[in-house]
Design a protein around this ligand. Structure first.
Ligand SMILES: CC(C)(COP(=O)(O)OP(=O)(O)OC[C@H]1O[C@@H](n2cnc3c(N)ncnc32)[C@H](O)[C@@H]1OP(=O)(O)O)[C@@H](O)C(=O)NCCC(=O)NCCS
Length: 160
């Protein structure tokens, strides 16, 4: 059976419970359905991959519309992974961000996926993550974030 996926770029009639479930399942976000509505409706660009009325993938970006953009919360339901859905969502988001610098922080597993679109690792990008110490430790253990005070070989160490 051939699956026909369509890509919805607006936030009208979105089932926020489904958005919550996809991001929760992917381990990317634990905000409630009501909070996901706030998060996505305040984003500059949204994309929802739809199998009929069912959401099977989500992605969003923040942008000043001219110079800088940032992509977040990219996830595809496991049963729909490997079918080109993630590629189609990112291509649509990047089309909207054309001409702008685009940043993304991804899970270690996502690095190769984003390299396909031309993304490169950055040596000096830094994140100030919100959350309890356990959450920050989880990000460090998961390989998202380098240890506090980390320096690459040859870099000057911290003054204080
Ligand atoms: C990463 C993710 C969004 C990719 O979506 P997808 O729909 O499965 O990807 P596609 O089907 O478009 O894959 C395109 C290509 O990238 C490859 N690919 C998919 N996920 C990959 C990954 N994590 N690492 C490396 N390559 C990957 C596919 O094998 C495919 O290769 P092919 O063209 O040679 O067949 C999806 O697997 C996912 O939701 N993962 C869990 C959440 C996550 O890690 N999100 C990224 C962090 S923000």
């Amino acid at each position: 059976m051939k699956i026909m996926i369509t890509y919805k770029m607006d936030t009208e009639n979105v089932d926020w419970q489904e958005v919550h479930d996809i991001l929760h399942e992917a381990g990317l976000s634990d905000f409630s359905p009501e909070e996901q509505k706030v998060i996505f409706t305040h984003s500059t660009i949204t994309v929802f991959a739809m199998d009929g009325a069912k959401i099977v993938g989500v992605a969003r970006a923040l942008s000043d519309t001219l110079s800088q953009g940032a992509i977040f919360n990219v996830a595809v339901r496991p049963a729909y992974q490997g079918l080109g859905v993630g590629t189609n969502m990112i291509s649509r988001v990047l089309e909207k961000l054309k001409g702008q610098n685009v940043i993304i922080y991804t899970s270690p597993a996502g690095v190769s996926f984003y390299e396909r679109f031309g993304f490169r690792r950055c040596k000096t990008s830094m994140c100030l993550f919100a959350g309890a110490p356990e959450h920050l430790q989880m990000l460090e253990n998961g390989g998202f974030m380098l240890p506090e005070g980390f320096r690459f070989d040859g870099e000057p160490s911290r003054k204080v």
